[in-house]
Design a protein around this ligand. Structure first.
Ligand code: DGY
Length: 329
């Protein structure tokens, strides 16, 4: 009798044609609609799974894998993987993977757009117009901050940070960055970016963009103290993870005029948004969409599928998933 095929769980509908590749190798348990899985539901889904294709909505840690004795691989559709407790997975020999690279340019485009929207008060201006407040060309109305010739600070200089730096060049910006590890000189030159300390980055940036991975160590890295160290004319843009910013302190800085403006695509309790931020007129708020273009979302799913197939020991890259975030046992 033929061996039963490994079983993989797909936590929400993605793209049927790309998911179909899984059917070549596995018995696939699909989730019929986009689902906010209740606590316990993920554990139940993983209990009889050998592999899983999941998204940022799915938090997988110790509790979720406790009963998943067959689970060998978890492929995350997303470059960030703070939804996975990597240590808990690694301890059980479960390979975790993510989707770097394929979303770099799309996400950098969006980060730049959000920074510009905050600086030039684009959504605020639109609300003002829609509210019927436009009485005639306003010489003194809605003055924003300059982009060209200003100093861009990038906190976290991985692929996406570098993409933003390359874009800044076209706008004649001076680019500073801070990263745990200084980049090789050739990369700094290609990005026309200069490494600086975190303190200098906060003090010197006209526009600060957060693009670093979220970890327990950098929780609220932008807190009241960091905001106080920034120029009052500066803007803050976050396209990384909400937990990097103390949202209460940010709302207070925006309301008091301690900081000129912010652009936020990510939130600590998303999809909930802190009401204090909703009350600020000088913040552009978007619902975690920096990578949201159809080609990019498809590329993310395609890479996650490749990762899962390979991590489970099938296909041309059997045993060598393209982007593991845990060591391959
Ligand atoms: C990611 O991939 O981590 C983004 O937040 C969503 O694309």
């Amino acid at each position: 009798m033929a061996e039963p095929r490994p079983r993989v769980w797909v936590s929400q509908p993605l793209y049927a044609d790309l998911e179909a590749r899984l059917d070549e190798w596995f018995e696939v348990a699909r989730t019929p609609r986009v689902t906010d899985h209740a606590p316990g539901a993920i554990a139940a889904a993983l209990a009889d799974a050998d592999g899983a294709l999941v998204t940022l909505n799915d938090r997988i840690g110790e509790t979720e894998v406790a009963g998943a004795s067959r689970l060998r691989a978890v492929a995350n559709v997303g470059v960030g993987y703070d939804n996975l407790d990597v240590a808990a997975l690694a301890a059980r020999g479960i390979v975790a993977t993510n989707t770097p690279g394929v979303l770099t340019e799309t996400t950098a485009d969006f980060g730049f757009a959000l920074m510009m929207a905050a600086a030039r008060r684009i959504t605020e201006a639109e609300h003002w117009l829609r509210d019927g407040r436009w009485q005639g060309w306003g010489f003194h109305e809605l003055l924003g901050a300059e982009i060209h010739g200003s100093t861009l600070g990038i906190l976290g200089m991985g692929r996406i940070g570098q993409g933003i730096a390359r874009r800044a060049r076209g706008f004649g910006m001076r680019v500073l960055y801070h990263n745990r590890h200084r980049l090789p000189e050739a990369v700094e030159e290609a990005c026309a970016a200069t490494w600086t300390t975190r303190a200098a980055l906060l003090a010197d940036s006209d526009h600060l963009v957060l693009v670093l991975p979220y970890t327990a160590d950098n929780h609220h890295i932008i807190d009241a103290g960091a905001l106080a160290a920034m120029k009052p004319t500066a803007t803050l843009t976050n396209i990384a993870r909400g937990g990097l910013v103390d949202e209460g302190a940010l709302a207070e800085a925006l309301q008091s005029g301690r900081l000129a403006a912010a652009g936020l695509d990510v939130f600590e309790g998303e999809p909930a948004v802190d009401p204090r931020l909703l009350a600020c007129r000088n913040v552009v708020l978007t619902p975690h969409v920096a990578s949201a273009s159809l080609p990019t979302r498809r590329a993310m799913v395609a890479l996650a599928v490749d990762n899962l197939v390979a991590a489970m020991g099938f296909g041309p890259d059997a045993g060598h998933p393209p982007s593991p975030v845990t060591r391959i046992p």
